[in-house]
Design a binder for this molecule. Structure first.
Ligand code: ZN
Length: 96
């Protein structure tokens, strides 16, 4: 999973921030992350300034574990990885 997140981060087109979705009050950003399963259907990952990161319902790993390569990649991109992990209760880890 961390290797996958690293691949996503290494490919500039895999992570795209939606320019229109920033909700000022909630400080939440939407990112589109390339999906390995279906290149035409990127996953939508939301990240808030509290370190909460969510993937979408079609992501099996996210649905089961509340963590997936997409959320890890976005969290690292926005330098929220330690916050995100703290929120999950698994502590900070360097996975690459
Ligand atoms: Zn995902």
């Amino acid at each position: 999973m961390f290797a996958e997140a690293g691949q996503l981060l290494g490919c500039p087109n895999s992570l795209v921030q939606s320019p229109t979705f920033t909700i000022e009050a909630r400080k939440e950003d939407l990112w589109f992350v390339a999906s390995k399963e279906d290149a035409n259907k990127p996953h939508s990952v939301k990240v808030s300034d509290t370190g909460r990161v969510t993937c979408d319902e079609s992501c099996v790993r996210w649905a089961r574990h509340n963590i997936c390569s997409h959320t890890v990649a976005v969290a690292e991109k926005v330098e929220m990885l330690s916050k995100y992990f703290n929120g999950l209760g698994i502590g900070e880890r360097q996975g690459r």
